[in-house]
Design a protein around this ligand. Structure first.
Ligand code: PMP
Length: 284
């Protein structure tokens, strides 16, 4: 069966799922989105994703033409239509079709729900860890578009991703405008030093990741000392363990950064513990 895509209340087969070339989502990256997982037939952290979508939209003065409950129902209907038990949802709100100018006032917002599969990193990388670099492209300044807004405009993250790929890596650390560690191109970042788990605070200019928040919640259950702390590249290089979190990546160890081996060069014990607990809980 072909993937069925929901656009403004109607299902279309994947190949017929089309939007206007005048949509400002395409012309200007003007819109917001969410990436969400389906585990064992359930939409993971659905309410949290819808909250973040509405916050992102509000921040860019984009009116979502449905209530949060209606968006939740649209997502559930698309999951059911595609009979997905494990998969990935891409929920998108674009500013919609307008004129060729920037002015959004004539645009009619569009809502799109795609339910498909997600390819995670290769399985062995979860054991052996990722090698990543620090990109020279910085995360956007909070007074431009705040990184808390999950907007369709990912260009600086894509520039950093291209740097990673050129260096033979799959991810890159992005620094903020103060030179502090912010996050990766599509994942949040954590380190462990002397038994304490640390991650940059939201005001380091990061997306407030749903997986990040879930992992922070696990530290209380597992009695792992945790703090939000501003981090430099030095802190990363001398960390005992490092891992990334994200909807697609889940919890994945990082064992090399800018050619420095992190810790023992293998997935560390706290990373393993958090990953295992994460894997168990998402399916409960
Ligand atoms: N940072 C960025 C820039 C992201 O795009 C994402 C989502 N892929 C994340 C962090 C992780 O957020 P979440 O756990 O909500 O997927």
């Amino acid at each position: 069966m072909s993937t069925r895509v929901w656009i403004n209340g109607t299902f279309f087969d994947k190949h017929d799922a089309k939007i206007s070339v005048y949509d400002h989502g395409l012309l200007y990256g003007d819109g917001v989105f969410e990436g969400i997982r389906i585990y064992a037939g359930k939409v993971f952290k659905h309410a949290e994703h819808i909250d973040r979508l509405f916050d992102s939209a509000k921040s860019i003065a984009l009116r979502i033409p449905l209530t949060p409950a209606e968006v939740i129902a649209a997502v559930e209907a698309t999951v059911a239509e595609n009979k997905k038990v494990d998969g990935y949802i891409r929920l998108i709100v674009t500013r919609g079709p307008g004129t060729l100018g920037l002015d959004p006032r004539k645009c009619e917002p569009q809502i799109i729900v795609i339910v498909d599969d997600i390819s995670l990193y290769p399985k062995e990388l979860y054991e052996n860890g990722l090698e990543i670099i620090t990109a020279s492209t910085i995360r956007n300044h909070p007074n431009a578009v705040n990184p808390r807004v999950k907007s369709l405009n990912y260009l600086n993250n894509i520039m950093a991703k291209i740097e990673a790929i050129r260096a033979g890596c799959l991810e890159a650390i992005m620094l903020n405008h103060n030179g502090e560690v912010a996050e990766c191109t599509g994942d949040n970042l954590f380190i462990v030093k002397k038994g304490v788990l640390k991650t940059p605070p939201i005001d380091a200019g990061i997306l407030e990741g749903i997986t990040r928040n879930f992992v922070i919640g696990l530290t209380k259950q597992l009695d792992i000392p945790f703090q939000e702390a501003s981090l430099t590249r030095h802190d990363v290089y001398i960390a005992d363990e490092m891992f990334l979190t994200g909807t697609a990546a889940e919890v994945i160890s990082v064992t090399k950064v800018d050619d420095r081996i992190i810790g023992t060069g293998k997935q560390g014990p706290i990373t393993r513990q958090l990953r295992e607990r994460f894997q168990k809980l998402v399916r409960e």
